[in-house]
Design a protein around this ligand. Sequence first.
Ligand SMILES: NC(=O)c1ccc[n+]([C@@H]2O[C@H](COP(=O)([O-])OP(=O)(O)OC[C@H]3O[C@@H](n4cnc5c(N)ncnc54)[C@H](OP(=O)(O)O)[C@@H]3O)[C@@H](O)[C@H]2O)c1
Length: 196
Amino acid sequence: MTTIAVLGNGRVGGALAAALTDAGHEVAVVGRGAAARAVAGAQVVINATPGAGSLDRLAALRAQLRDKVLVDVSNATTDGPDGLPADLIYPGSSLAEHLQDALPDTRVVKTLNTMLHPVMTAPASLAQPPTAFLSGDDPGAKRVVRGLLADLGWREEWITDLGPITTARATEAAILFVPHVIRSAGLSPFAISIAR
Ligand SMILES: NC(=O)c1ccc[n+]([C@@H]2O[C@H](COP(=O)([O-])OP(=O)(O)OC[C@H]3O[C@@H](n4cnc5c(N)ncnc54)[C@H](OP(=O)(O)O)[C@@H]3O)[C@@H](O)[C@H]2O)c1
């Protein structure tokens, strides 16, 4: 059992919190309200807040995030007139790298940001296996995240460890697919997947 604080009580945060609770973890979900106490009491913190404000929000929690695993599932984008993601806020870098720089005592792992939210907690629901990518500098933190992914239904062979946190710039850039896929195929759940 892991003590988990989920920041963001929206589509992603709500779904992850419910599924991780069902898997037997102790989960606190925090919306816009004060997050400090929930973060301080957690072993693992999940960032499921809008990526545009995540860096400021989490940097303000540096003391509470010390020695924790921070699972970042967010995407930092500007939105187009239709409300869909339009462009990257950190081109040539990534939100995850900025978070790791701002939080040197925290082990950041980027994952699950390359799919629509229903897939995160029901990966077996797609016609083809999806991929969950891992980016992070700390092998121990990535082992913790693999365990949580398994609890969410992710099979080992569907998880691809891309390497250090700098690899998050590749998965964050995959958001550029999303508005085009949604416009062409609608909102049915999908994930970016590596086919072999
Ligand atoms: N939706 C997807 O399919 C999907 C897939 C992959 C990654 N993501 C990423 O996951 C993150 C969450 O997405 P979502 O779809 O769950 O968004 P959402 O449904 O809009 O939920 C966002 C949550 O963050 C909270 N929030 C908004 N502004 C905040 C602020 N300034 N301070 C603190 N909390 C704030 C919201 O609170 P209120 O309810 O009070 O507004 C809400 O609880 C985003 O970074 C997104 O890019 C989403």
